[in-house]
Design a protein around this ligand. Structure first.
Ligand SMILES: C[S@@+](CC[C@H](N)C(=O)[O-])C[C@H]1O[C@@H](n2cnc3c(N)ncnc32)[C@H](O)[C@@H]1O
Length: 377
């Protein structure tokens, strides 16, 4: 089977590596997507294990097209009865990027009509459309002269993990946090620190990875259950295998934040994420040496304030220099992974402490252009 996963912009390479790790073959990445191949088991594994992707789709079409009519023709040429039963409803979602003389609404209309026509030709039955709660959701992505069509096996995006009971006002997307943890190359035995941890997203994602917690521990509303190809025995087998692989290991993981309210919320998230037994939270100012007393760190992964919302933007360069100076004094040789939209300020601060920047990834976060830095301090 052919699959593709949608991925936050900028972390496609990291996601491709994760997709390879779950056993996929022919893995290639593209803007905001990773394409891959594998068997039906992989549909379950992808939804239960991939921490850096949004949704997993069965790829049913990937072609070049000339115009809107051509998209309709390509969509009509597909066989839908392998995926959808007569009594089921469907919806078409569409996204469009590039210059075209049609809109994404036109794409939805044309592809919707093509699905109905093709099914009618095959089965003599007119499928019903249900835009709010469809049994099967087709996703059409038009980018320049390429059209990609897939069947959503996930439902709500996988970045909605289910453990986030407290929503920090500047919370980091779980998928980006998971990508940062991968970029840090965190492994068993490392001491992890997030000195501005907020609701603790990064720390939770890190421990989930180390302990191999499958995503099904926290949510189970996957839309693959409605598809004709769904095999509930296979799903149960995959889920059981993953649950058996969980490691209840202890880790040295510390979160610091200046806001007691954020830490109160973080504690709720730790409990909901079953990691409160191994993550320590401390109230402290990241720009003061005494906040780190007794805190070990070999890997630092953090999402400092950008200065867009809560912090005065003018104070950010000074603040970044202060906390980096302390981190490089206390933890020389540590790996630092940090995400910020104030990237010039962070780059300058990294230069000031003579850190070596190993990688820089341009990503989008909350509608802002942000950069993930990977550095040795
Ligand atoms: C962008 S938020 C982090 C959000 C977090 N990654 C999450 O997903 O919930 C930045 C955090 O830095 C904290 N902060 C701001 N200034 C600080 C300082 N001087 N020392 C420690 N924490 C600070 C804020 O309270 C806020 O929780």
């Amino acid at each position: 089977m052919k699959y593709f996963a949608t991925v936050p912009l900028g972390i496609e390479g990291v996601a491709a590596e994760e997709v390879r790790e779950v056993g996929a073959s022919s893995v290639t990445s593209d803007v905001g997507k990773v394409f891959y191949e594998g068997d039906l088991r992989l549909m379950y594994l992808s939804n239960f294990m991939l921490r850096t992707v949004n949704r997993v789709f069965i790829l049913i079409l990937r072609e070049r097209f000339k115009d809107l009519n051509d998209i309709g023709r390509l969509a009509r040429s597909l066989t839908y009865s392998d995926f959808i039963k007569e009594n089921m409803s469907f919806a078409v979602r569409a996204e469009r990027y590039g210059e075209h003389d049609f809109t994404s609404i036109d794409v939805k209309r044309v592809v919707g009509a093509a699905v109905i026509e093709s099914y009618m030709g095959e089965k003599g039955h007119r499928l019903k459309v249900n835009l709010d709660n469809p049994d099967v959701e087709f996703f059409v992505l038009v980018r320049n002269d390429e059209v990609i069509m897939g069947i959503n096996t996930t439902g709500r995006s996988l970045h909605k993990r289910g453990y986030r009971v407290y929503n920090h006002p500047a919370a980091l997307k779980t998928t980006l946090a998971a990508a940062m943890v991968r970029l840090s190359q965190l492994k068993e035995g490392d001491a992890l620190l997030d000195p501005m941890c907020g609701g603790a997203t990064i720390l939770i994602e890190a421990v989930h990875k180390l302990r191999r917690y499958p995503l099904i521990m926290f949510r189970s509303d996957f839309t693959f259950r409605k598809l004709l190809i769904h095999d509930e025995w296979l799903e149960a087998e995959v889920a059981e295998e993953l649950l058996e692989k969980i490691l209840f290991t202890q880790h040295v993981v510390t979160g610091i934040d200046v806001s007691p309210k954020a830490l109160e919320g973080a504690m709720k998230n730790l409990r909901a994420g079953f990691v409160d037994d191994t993550i320590k939270l401390l109230v402290g100012d990241a720009a003061r040496t005494e906040s780190y007393e007794g805190v070990p760190a070999t890997v630092i992964v953090t999402n400092p304030p950008y200065g867009m919302r809560s912090h005065n933007i003018k104070k950010i360069p000074k603040f970044y220099k202060e906390f980096l100076r302390i981190l490089s004094d206390l933890y020389p040789g540590a790996t630092l992974v940090a995400i910020t939209a104030s990237h010039k300020a962070l780059e300058e601060a990294l230069n000031t402490v003579s850190a070596s920047v190993l990688r820089k990834l341009d990503v989008m976060h909350g509608g802002l252009n942000a950069v993930i830095f990977v550095a040795r301090i």
